[in-house]
Design a protein around this ligand. Structure first.
Ligand code: FPP
Length: 252
């Protein structure tokens, strides 16, 4: 980021007040960054060029999130199902991820961004694993914005991993409730997403944050991810602010 992100001093903890509408910005925004391939095809470019363009979009979205008062941004970079794509596309995405961490880490750190990873590390190329671990460790005390990168992430795999961890810890069934499960997910300690944005017009969750999204608001736009700019983010947030969030209750 070339421009320092705006300062903020609010905590990242969630707030489930039952209000008729949200006058404020979402605390946690999660994005399914879809449409890179179609963006490239429209320009007669290879699919990997679409992923590169999608990556180049990250700076302005990070900056816009901070400007809009978002505290946590979770990005769906690569799913457990994306390994089914052609080998050259998978390798291209892994290379892009490695390069982007290398290129952006100093700037992210300077701007107070805390990088986290959610997903499984197995199958991720060793070089990329090392870069992720280094970025997470280096930025772990930053507080301005949490950037949660979902890489080799699947919502079902996450629940499987949580169940295994609970069994391994010897938890008695009588002591397992919804909060226990949340604590064993990769997102342990983070509030659930308030708003999930999906670009490129598909109405699917695609195995993204399936436990955490129980009460998230969804916003779907036809815009392809590389074209999703700060104005598009603003539209999504304006939409969110008008939603009547009841969390299963009634509006007071
Ligand atoms: C979906 O578009 C996009 C992906 C599977 C990969 C997106 C990854 C990046 C933009 C890199 C992000 C980097 C960081 C650090 C978070 P698609 O290929 O499914 O598009 P299509 O539906 O048009 O084919």
């Amino acid at each position: 980021m070339t421009t320092p992100v705006a300062a903020y001093d609010q905590s990242v903890s969630g707030d489930r007040a039952m209000t008729a509408s949200n006058e404020r910005s979402p605390n946690h925004v999660a994005i399914i960054m879809d449409g890179n391939g179609r963006w490239a095809r429209k320009r007669n470019l290879p699919r990997v060029a679409g992923h590169q363009a999608g990556t180049n979009n990250l700076r302005r979205i990070l900056r816009a999130c901070v400007d809009q008062g978002v505290k946590i941004l979770t990005l769906y970079a690569f799913s457990t199902e994306n390994w089914r794509r052609p080998e050259d596309e998978v390798n291209g995405i892994m290379r892009i991820l490695e390069t982007v961490i290398e290129r952006e880490l100093d700037e992210l750190h300077r701007n107070g961004v805390q990088v986290r990873h959610i997903g499984r590390m197995d199958r991720v190329p060793v070089g990329l694993q090392e870069k992720i671990r280094f970025a997470v460790e280096r930025t772990r005390l930053n507080e301005r914005l949490i950037l949660n990168v979902a890489l080799n992430y699947g919502g079902r795999a996450e629940i499987v991993d949580a169940v295994k961890a609970m069994l391994a810890a010897g938890l008695h069934p009588d002591f397992i409730d919804e909060d226990t499960i949340s604590r064993y997910l990769y997102t342990c300690g983070l509030p659930d997403p308030d708003l999930i944005i999906r670009t490129s017009g598909e109405y699917r969750t695609s195995n993204f944050l399936i436990w955490q999204s129980a009460y998230s608001e969804y916003y779907v736009t036809d815009v392809y991810w590389p074209d999703f700019d700060e104005n598009e983010l603003k539209k999504a947030i304006e939409y969110f602010k008008k939603r009547d969030r009841r969390f299963g209750g009634v509006t007071r």
